[in-house]
Ligand binder design. Structure first.
Ligand code: SAM
Length: 277
């Protein structure tokens, strides 16, 4: 008998190749294979306006892996990863389960192209578990009420909520702070938040110019870079660990940080633990 892993609670949506999608743009920037001409054109235009965008994408992926290793080191064994992206090895569960095979991961994305590749995210170790939920971050209840979520994760044990390079696809009027708070309030005591986010602090004019490509090309989501204080505000209700919310290369680096990277990586990241938990 074959075992169907849980793919989530929502039907499959069609993939539109003519609309640039953040997941496919990011995949292209990372050197992946899952993108269409519209995605490549948008990504190339972004790189033309801000040539270091590729480096930023790679650094974001490296930060995600460092944050996961840190969290497993703190005893975390459960992850809710929202805005997963097209699978790129090593995926989150591979990083976590390499250290502790019993780790459980629920992946979520709203892009049908990610769903189409979700099998690669379901290659859990025998001791751990993974699941995929097709849902939109802007409707937290969609995710929090998904059957696969609490069938996979234990409600009584801490969960690390991963929001890696996804909140900058949420407009101010969609209230990203309210969205993070909705997840925060549903997390078990002792849970964590790991978040990275594009910023306009380093080169404001160039960042705005590059982000504008998403609007000009009518991408599936806008790109909203934010200043440090707004990114820090997403950690409301969490105690942020050292070194705070910083440019990604400075967050628990594996080795010496090349100074050039600080000009090139226009993303902040941080990790916090639920206050009072
Ligand atoms: C830049 S990729 C980041 C992938 C991965 N988290 C990482 O850091 O490597 C952003 C992902 O967020 C997803 N995304 C954007 N808006 C979303 C939303 N409203 N709900 C769920 N996922 C969303 C995109 O489809 C894309 O896969």
């Amino acid at each position: 008998m074959t075992h169907e892993p849980p793919l989530g609670d929502r039907p499959r949506a069609p993939v539109n190749p003519h609309v640039p999608h953040p997941a496919r743009i990011y995949d292209y920037l990372l050197g992946g294979k899952d993108h269409y001409a519209a995605d490549r054109a948008a990504a190339d235009e972004t790189v033309r306006r801000a040539p270091q965008v590729r480096e930023s994408a790679r650094e974001n992926r490296a930060w995600m892996r460092r944050a996961v290793r840190y969290l497993v080191g703190q005893g975390v064994r459960q992850f809710l990863d929202i805005g997963t992206g097209i699978p790129t090895s090593p995926n989150l569960h591979e990083v976590a389960q390499r250290i502790s095979p019993d780790c459980r991961v629920v992946y979520t994305d709203n892009d049908p192209v990610v769903l189409a590749h979700a099998r690669a995210l379901l290659s859990s170790s025998a001791e751990g578990r993974t699941a995929y939920v097709q849902a939109d971050l802007r409707r937290p209840e969609q995710i929090l009420q998904a059957r696969a979520l609490w069938e996979t994760l234990d409600r009584d044990r801490p969960v690390a909520l991963m929001l890696s390079a996804v909140l900058h696809f949420v407009r101010d009027e969609e209230e990203p702070g309210r969205i993070v708070a909705a997840f925060r309030d549903a997390l078990p005591p002792g849970s964590w938040l790991a978040l990275s986010h594009t910023t306009n602090d380093i080169q404001p004019r160039q960042a705005a110019d590059a982000a504008a490509v998403y609007g000009e090309r009518r991408a599936a989501a806008p790109m909203v870079p934010r200043p440090l204080r707004e990114v820090e505000a997403f950690f409301d209700g969490f105690d942020v660990v050292e070194p705070g919310v910083v440019q990604l290369p400075l967050w628990h680096p594996d080795g010496p940080v090349r100074p050039r990277l600080l000009d090139e990586v226009w993303l902040y990241g941080g990790v916090g633990r639920l206050s009072g938990g």
